[in-house]
Ligand binder design. Structure first.
Ligand SMILES: NC(=O)c1ccc[n+]([C@@H]2O[C@H](COP(=O)([O-])OP(=O)(O)OC[C@H]3O[C@@H](n4cnc5c(N)ncnc54)[C@H](O)[C@@H]3O)[C@@H](O)[C@H]2O)c1
Ligand SMILES: CC(=O)N[C@@H]1[C@@H](OP(=O)(O)OP(=O)(O)OC[C@H]2O[C@@H](n3ccc(=O)[nH]c3=O)[C@H](O)[C@@H]2O)O[C@H](CO)[C@@H](O)[C@@H]1O
Length: 426
């Protein structure tokens, strides 16, 4: 059996390597020349524990790279599905392109699986008609289904091996073909959904639920602040109840999934009101973080703030929709040389940004030393492991002030307070 994986980003590359390392011949196809070139050098653009060696093993074994879609027994589609803020809809351009590419090489008996996160009815209403344009009948001639990817970035390889899978096929033969495909790859269970639309809906339901839950935690954080209550200890106490499981508050919700996917459920009837409010609550948190700093130091005019951690969460390299980066953006221009970014920021403050894991070359990232040198305050934007061990004495000796805002709960507040820091937390 040969599998062609369309799209070699965070999900497609991991999936292609996983199939290949489990003994299947895989063709990894991506439209981006840079992606193929980096991979040809054995350098994946995704940075995660053990990821590089896992991909290298695959490239030395069953994973071949391609700049063209190739005929294969199975096509797995892992292309991006961004949200178009202008029209409030999912941008399905890449899914349609992938569908056309598959249709061009499709043969009777082949199987097509969509893994990208999509609005309900995309598999049957958008992909299936494109696949059948060449005269093949979806169902009779070709198996088609949707199986969402649920891996947690930062823990991708381990979750690929253990997460349950949901499969929604256009008919029983499609379900059976897709079940056979994924069964050897995971120790988790395979659950069969009534149809592809149900499987699409379930994926969105999972991420929307998490987004709402975090918005609830953030709401509690705002309320607790007014009552002088430490929200994290309150949540920890509340979670002793057998049916209460509140998540963690923070500087907002980032990434490629949670801020985006709930919008895909929108059906124009207003039924998504709760989901929309949750997104608004989360979207307002970066501004709240800056207000916390202002509460501590007064005006930010003329002050330099170091933002440490600008990826969307701790221990990942992805900066998409990052709340920490949004905090930095509100403070000043993060694409120009540090220290010169004085104009246009929050009360004409300036910002320096440091992140040991981020890989976004458009950003003016500086070393930790340069970031804190003369800074009046520090804000932690992502809970990278490296930050937990920072020495407050050494950091303080380089700064011009002694304020730290830690909305991600990464430092030991007591220790930093002992060294004379005014520590503000969420
Ligand atoms: N990143 C995650 O944690 C995650 C988790 C679960 C689901 N998803 C979903 O999986 C999908 C892919 O996400 P990602 O994070 O891997 O995206 P990504 O942007 O990291 O990678 C997508 C890749 O697809 C390539 N591509 C675009 N159009 C193509 C085409 N027609 N043919 C072949 N390649 C093409 C791009 O060049 C890119 O390399 C999205 O729908 C996303 O919502 C992502
Ligand atoms: C349902 C679910 O689990 N889905 C996961 C999710 O992966 P993710 O990496 O996007 O998810 P998170 O880790 O939740 O992070 C998102 C943002 O929320 C912040 N956050 C988190 C927890 C908290 O208590 N308080 C917070 O403030 C965090 O800092 C970050 O900014 O979507 C993927 C793609 O669909 C899924 O595949 C994957 O299973």
């Amino acid at each position: 059996m040969t599998i062609c994986v369309h799209g070699l980003g965070y999900i497609g590359l991991a999936t292609a390597a996983h199939f290949a390392n489990n003994g299947t011949e895989v063709i990894g196809f991506d439209v981006d020349e840079d992606v193929i070139e980096h991979l040809s050098e054995g350098e994946p653009t995704v940075s995660e524990p053990d990821f590089e060696s896992y991909v290298q093993d695959a490239l030395e074994g069953n994973l071949a790279l391609s700049r063209q879609p190739r005929p294969a027994d199975v096509h797995v589609i892992c292309v991006p599905t961004p949200y178009n803020e202008m029209n409030g809809e999912a941008d399905l351009t890449y899914v349609k392109d992938a569908g056309r590419n598959v249709a061009g090489v499709l043969r009777p008996g082949d199987t097509v699986v969509l893994e990208s996160t999509v609005p309900p009815e995309t598999t049957t209403g958008v992909l299936a008609p494109i696949l059948s344009r060449g005269g093949l009948d979806v169902g009779d001639d070709v198996a088609l289904g949707y199986t969402p990817e649920t891996v947690m970035p930062g823990n991708t390889l381990s979750e690929l091996r253990t997460n349950d899978r949901i499969v929604g096929g256009v008919d029983e033969a499609s379900v059976s073909a897709i079940e056979t495909l994924y069964e050897p790859l995971t120790s988790g269970e395979i659950h069969v959904a009534a149809d592809p639309t149900t499987a699409e809906f379930v994926k969105l339901a999972q991420n929307a639920k998490r987004n709402v839950s975090i918005a609830y935690a953030n709401t509690l954080a705002l309320l607790a602040e007014n009552y002088g209550v430490d929200v994290r200890s309150a949540i920890s106490l509340a979670n002793n109840h057998p049916r209460v499981d509140i998540l963690n508050p923070g500087p907002g919700v980032g990434g490629h999934c949670l801020p985006v996917d709930p919008h895909f459920l929108s059906d124009g009837t207003g039924a998504t009101e709760l989901l929309d409010v949750a997104s608004q609550v989360n979207d307002r948190m970066p501004e709240h973080v800056i207000r916390m700093l202002e509460d501590a130091v007064g005006t930010l005019h003329g002050k330099t703030v170091a933002v440490l951690g600008i990826t969307y969460k701790g221990n990942v390299s992805d900066t998409r929709n990052s709340p920490g980066l949004e905090v930095a953006n509100l403070l000043g221009d993060v694409t120009t040389e540090a220290r010169t970014a004085v104009d246009g920021g929050w009360g004409e403050s300036s910002v320096t940004i440091h992140d040991p894991r981020a890989t976004d070359s458009r950003l003016q990232l500086v070393s930790l030393e340069a970031a804190i040198d003369g800074a009046y305050a520090v804000i932690f934007g992502a809970a990278h492991e490296e930050f937990a061990d920072l020495d407050p004495e050494a950091i303080g000796s380089k700064m011009s002030g002694r304020t730290v805002v830690d909305p991600v709960d990464v430092i030991d507040a007591e220790r930093w307070t002992d060294y004379g820091f005014d520590v503000r937390t969420i």
